[in-house]
Design a protein around this ligand. Structure first.
Ligand SMILES: [Zn+2]
Ligand SMILES: [Zn+2]
Length: 80
């Protein structure tokens, strides 16, 4: 019998709860001068964001950006 159940996990899973993620953390971690974003040898300028995959439930929406629980903790500490 070839009746194995294949459990397909969503490709984008929340870093925190494992549910399907629809958002990426927008917390800016710093600026970069050059990084191989588009592939080896492709240099560009920009900002580095946390980019952790998060679902709606784990994300905290602040000022038009979505933050992961880790970054929310960092923000809270920074406000103390
Ligand atoms: Zn989640
Ligand atoms: Zn984050």
């Amino acid at each position: 019998m070839n009746n194995e159940k294949v459990i397909k996990l969503p490709e984008n899973r929340c870093h925190f709860c494992g549910k399907e993620s629809t958002l990426l953390c927008d917390k800016v971690k710093g600026e970069i001068r050059a990084i191989d974003l588009g592939g080896p040898g492709v240099l560009s300028n920009g900002v580095v964001t946390c980019d952790k995959k998060i679902c709606k439930e784990c994300a905290t929406h602040i000022d038009g950006a979505d933050y992961c629980p880790d970054c929310v903790e960092i923000l809270k500490k920074a406000l103390r």
